[in-house]
Write a protein that binds this ligand. Sequence first.
Ligand SMILES: NC(=O)N[C@@H](CC(=O)O)C(=O)O
Ligand SMILES: [Zn+2]
Ligand SMILES: [Zn+2]
Length: 450
Amino acid sequence: MTRPSPTAPRPVLVEGADIQGEGVQDVLVVDGRIAAVGPDAASEAPSGVQRLAASGLVLLPGLVDLHTHLREPGREDAETVSTGSQAAAAGGFTAVLAMANTDPVTDNVEVAERVLDLGRRAGYVDVHPVGAVTKGLGGEELAELGLMARSRARVRVFSDDGRCVHDARVMRRALEYVKSFDGVISQHSQDPSLAGAAACCHEGELSGRLGLPGWPSVAEETIVARDVMLARHTGSRVHVAHVSTAGSVEVLRWAKAQGIDVTAEVTPHHLMLTTDLLAGYDPVYKVNPPLRPTEDALVLQEALADGTIDAVATDHAPHVRHDKEHAFVDAAFGMLGLETALPVVSTVMVRSGRMGWADVARAMSTTPARIARLADQGQGVRVGAPANLTLVDPDRETTVDRALSKSLSRNNPWHGRTLVGAVHLTMLRGRVTAREGLVWGNEDVTEEEL
Ligand SMILES: NC(=O)N[C@@H](CC(=O)O)C(=O)O
Ligand SMILES: [Zn+2]
Ligand SMILES: [Zn+2]
């Protein structure tokens, strides 16, 4: 296939796609923006327009991931900004928030701008660095929150993810601080005194039987409850990362009813994979927070459908083989997610009738873009919006093959599973970044073209 032009892309006419599942329309893209939607789009198309036959496909606004681990700087053996960005584009994403638990930690302007620049150079998706809440993720001293916010990276999302900001006083001060520039704290909710570093299996009958250290639901729920009260007290925004329990959903539902400014995300794996998978001690299923029982997964699905949970976020967490292939208790926490997120959501939420495609657009694009205050993303399929678009084949079945991933890592819990709904094409500001497993970024462009 000829490579789509990476710069000054040709005008594109997307013909006959079902827009967010709400009706078949043509969409004209000119100069990286949506120029027309509807029956007149074809007649407004300039000569030389590239036609993209899209009948039978669903057109979504480009997906936005609030929670991605890109591992650069520090663990470029597991993932780089470039390889993670390629996986993101292949998965239908046009923007990702890159978590701060890198080495060095993204707790200052220099690292934040470095991640931003690496993302721009790669050119597959917009990469927005998340800033650490505390220096070195140490949980004690606040990081350069204001400086990161005012830097070129315009950081708005702050998180010590991987660790919980467990000191209530530190959390309160962080919330007060980010309020001045409309930032948000994304919390990894895990009370370390209730679920320590060794905790790796949902605490219940199975953890006892398997002899694995238990990670009780209440270790998440007490932090969620505390944080919504701190958000109420400070009038600031708190975001709950990877919600995994029915009790957390109850707290969120209550907090939202009070008007507290809290948002939450759920991962595809917590929607679909459950504790019983740990019975084989396969470390590919070891993740933080742990996979929960079916009852929790069902409540998470309902809460996503009714909006109590605002967004889907991948928590894409690549790890090299020698960190993952250990006895269960010693293996690293985390699993890949960027390339399977849309197919999993399609399978669990759309095929089941729990959500329509417009709901998917909300949970995977519009709302995450709003939470992260991204100006250029999540604006929907409407005239004037930047042409960040994802074409989905809603009926295509694929059996996941970990060897085909763009990620450098292979810790893929979906390997061998058949999912219904696949990403066909991704477009970033009018430029095709992924199509049927092929990806294009700035690295494919010569210096002259740039
Ligand atoms: N989710 C995980 O199990 N691991 C994440 C950290 C995190 O999201 O807490 C990682 O950085 O590997
Ligand atoms: Zn986390
Ligand atoms: Zn994470």
